[in-house]
Design a binder for this molecule. Structure first.
Ligand SMILES: Cc1ncc(COP(=O)(O)O)c(C=O)c1O
Length: 363
């Protein structure tokens, strides 16, 4: 584990992560979960998250990049790794060597796979309406499937699509679903894996589907969701720092770059060693942190490595400030920043040590 030399860290509660897995299972009977651990497991620490899931018996994961796939492969020689993102033709050799299951998402990759002459395992991606990666035309897709299934050096493991509006627009979702089913109807022999759901779709609809075998669980694995009402999930990550110094300001004395916040009266300012280089971006200046069960306002401009909190007599050097995780949720921070919870957790930088908690009594 990374040594911690400053009191700023992210707590990753693996008991909560497991709670979320079990909760997803309730909504997806007889289906196999593919944990999505791209982008460092949405900021939570891909290797440690996978290690925990591995201990629980999970032997499959999805990432986006080949770099991510190779990092996971090094740590887990015997799991299935599905690369959801695009691969370049020249990199197929690497994917083949390290047994990474690639996504065939374009004609160029399809042709490159055909002519590779090396063993390659793959999934075919259908673009059912999101206009991102994948193929659109059902007849062409069906022919591709047949051709891939006949090739000696290719194992076509799966076919899948991805939804653009699983958490918001049911009409568009259904349109995509219909298009995907039309593709499946054209295929003589389906590959062994058929998967369509992300978190939102898994919780809302997966129970109804007879034709899917797997689902890809990202954000809700980490206890977050865009759904309303939200599923019964437990947030996995809390972001914490400590008050390392307190300044007693006199009226008109100011804090931080630009001297944008100046005291109106005698005020106490606590300094936390976390800033925008940690992913605690400058727009958080309008927010709050929680110290000993009470919310305190962030003031001044957030520095690269520090931020300022307007505190009172109850706060002392060494007290823990929770930036999100308890009274203040990741969703609160996302709302403040006009973004979504995905962006808040994936933006936490490599500088913040992740501390993993396991075996605690869940509340
Ligand atoms: C292709 C694909 N599948 C699954 C997921 C997981 O989605 P979610 O985090 O909403 O569960 C993603 C995330 O972006 C994705 O790109």
């Amino acid at each position: 584990m990374m040594e911690i030399y400053r009191p700023t860290w992210a707590e990753i509660n693996l008991d909560h992560l497991w709670h979320n897995v079990l909760e997803a299972k309730k909504h997806t009977p007889h289906k196999i979960m593919i944990p999505v651990i791209k982008a460092n497991a949405y900021g939570h620490g891909a290797i440690q998250v996978m290690r925990f899931l591995y201990e629980k018996g999970i032997r499959i994961a999805a990432v986006s990049l080949l770099e991510e796939a190779l990092e996971i492969r090094e740590a887990f020689p015997d799991i299935e790794i599905l690369m959801l993102g695009p691969i370049l033709p020249n990199d197929l050799i690497v994917a083949s060597k390290y047994h990474i299951d690639i996504t065939i998402y374009s004609q160029e990759i399809y042709e490159a796979v055909k002519s590779l002459g090396l063993w390659v395992t793959c999934h075919l991606k259908v673009d059912s309406g999101m206009s991102r990666y994948g193929f659109i035309k059902p007849k062409e897709i069906a022919l591709m499937v047949e051709e891939l299934q006949m090739m000696k050096h290719v194992s076509l493991k799966g076919i899948y699509t991805h939804f653009a509006t699983a958490s918001e627009d049911e009409t568009f979702y259904k349109k995509q679903l219909t298009r995907f089913k039309k593709v499946l109807d054209m295929i003589k022999t389906l590959p062994p894996m058929v998967h369509i759901s992300n978190s939102s779709s898994a919780f809302k609809y997966e129970k109804e589907y007879r034709f899917t075998t797997h689902y890809r669980l990202g954000i809700s694995l980490y206890g977050l969701s865009l759904d309303n009402p939200k599923p019964d999930l437990k947030p996995v990550m809390s972001l914490k720092s400590k008050i390392v110094q307190i300044k007693n300001l006199k009226p008109l004395e100011c804090v931080g770059y630009g001297a944008t916040y100046c005291a109106k009266e005698d005020e106490k300012i606590g300094i936390c060693p976390i800033g925008y280089a940690d992913g605690w971006i400058r727009k958080n200046k309008t927010g709050f942190v929680e110290i000993k069960g009470k919310k305190y306002k962030i003031v001044g401009i957030i520095c690269m490595d520090a931020c300022f909190i307007k505190i009172d007599e109850d706060v002392h050097v060494g007290d823990t400030a929770t930036l999100y995780g308890n009274m203040i949720s990741v969703d609160d921070v996302a709302k403040r920043l006009h973004t979504i919870n995905y962006e808040v957790c994936t933006s936490l930088s490599y500088r913040v040590p992740r501390v993993f908690i396991k075996g605690e009594k869940n509340d």
